[in-house]
Design a protein around this ligand. Structure first.
Ligand code: A3P
Length: 320
């Protein structure tokens, strides 16, 4: 059992190669045995890769975009299946009777199990730790994986930790945790590779955050085709693009997690000195690292990436 820094009072472990809070053990079996359905649609990602954005896109494509039904909050229409065990917030809802989180959030596996079909489900688990029926493709369910440049992921994750995980130290120190595989769901590249290497069966659509930024319209049509939906009309497409724009998402209470820090009662867990800093839908850009990282850190990331992707030239070309 490890601690990442004195400010963060959560104990971590290495669970089959994945860095998670100790409490993951409590739900690991229920995840392994989670029952998959043929019409499930999963959004899978490393945290901060654009999960929330992808969820909102996928849900609206799957439900023939209607601005009214779109108003259902993401945690209700698109639950985070292993939420109970893998985040500090989950750890809290599991251990603190006074959590203000909606009740289902503390029983996410059960909530997801009981959702009517077709289900839309979010996970940050690497491919090899997905529920057995999903990993072994026992059902015809589909997975959409979204990946993002790790330098931008690291920056976004740093802000996330300052908002929701009690982190009070510098970015420099955070980047060491990131490169040292001491942030949850690390190691980063193994995560991306696990889906990349398994996408041969036409049941995993591999997207990147950068492509969504550059040409959201094409990504929407590609996702619609993957979900066996007919292509959107130009008007429908424009309305959905507008709905998914950074400015709309930032203002959308169903998707912006604006009360997340209060909901978890951050100061109760991390101490009165901890002040949640920032917002969840924060900047929404790619290439931020160019102005945010020192030349030395950029070099460290590049060396690390080269090493990790030495047998994955195709993935390197796609992402870097
Ligand atoms: P930044 O912190 O770089 O701004 P996740 O949902 O996986 O936690 O990812 C969060 C990141 O996606 C944040 O990145 C957030 O701002 C960005 N994001 C969310 N909605 C977005 C949108 N509509 N357009 C672009 N980026 C978006």
């Amino acid at each position: 059992s490890l601690s990442i820094s004195p400010e963060v009072p959560i104990r971590y472990m290495n669970y089959h190669g994945m860095f998670v809070p100790d409490s993951y053990q409590l739900i690991a079996d229920s995840i392994e045995n989670f029952q998959i359905r043929d019409d499930d649609v999963w959004v899978c990602s490393f945290p901060k890769a654009g999960t929330t954005w992808t969820q909102e896109m996928v849900w609206n494509i799957g439900n023939n975009f209607d601005p009214d039904t779109a108003k259902t909050p993401l945690p209700i229409k698109f639950p985070f299946v292993e939420f109970t065990g893998t985040t500090t917030t989950g750890w809290i809802s599991l251990n603190k009777a006074d959590s203000t989180f909606p009740d289902h959030m503390s029983k996410s596996v059960e909530y997801a199990t009981n959702l009517p079909s077709p289900r839309f489900l979010k996970t940050h688990l690497p491919f090899n730790l997905l529920p057995k029926q999903l990993r072994t493709r026992e059902k015809k369910s589909k997975m959409i994986y979204v990946a993002r440049n790790p330098k931008d992921v690291c920056i976004s994750y740093y802000h996330h930790y300052k908002l929701l995980e009690g982190y009070c130290s510098t970015f420099e120190n955070f980047s060491k945790l990131f490169l040292g595989d001491k942030v949850y769901y690390a190691p980063f590249w193994d995560h991306v590779i696990s889906y990349w290497d398994n996408k041969g069966n036409n049941d995993i659509l591999f997207l990147t955050y950068e492509n969504m930024k550059k040409d959201l319209g094409s990504v929407i049509q590609q996702t619609a085709a993957f979900l066996n939906k007919s292509p959107m009309s130009p008007e429908q497409l424009n309305r959905l693009k507008e709905h998914l724009s950074f400015d709309s998402m930032k203002k959308n209470p169903a998707a912006n997690y604006e009360n997340a820090a209060e909901s978890i009662n951050a100061s109760k867990i991390f101490g009165e000195n901890f002040k949640a800093e920032g917002v969840f839908i924060r900047k929404g850009e790619y290439g931020q690292w160019k102005s945010f990282m020192s030349p030395e850190l950029i070099e460290r990331f590049d060396e690390w990436t080269k090493l990790k992707l030495k047998n994955h030239r195709d993935l390197f070309d796609r992402m870097i």
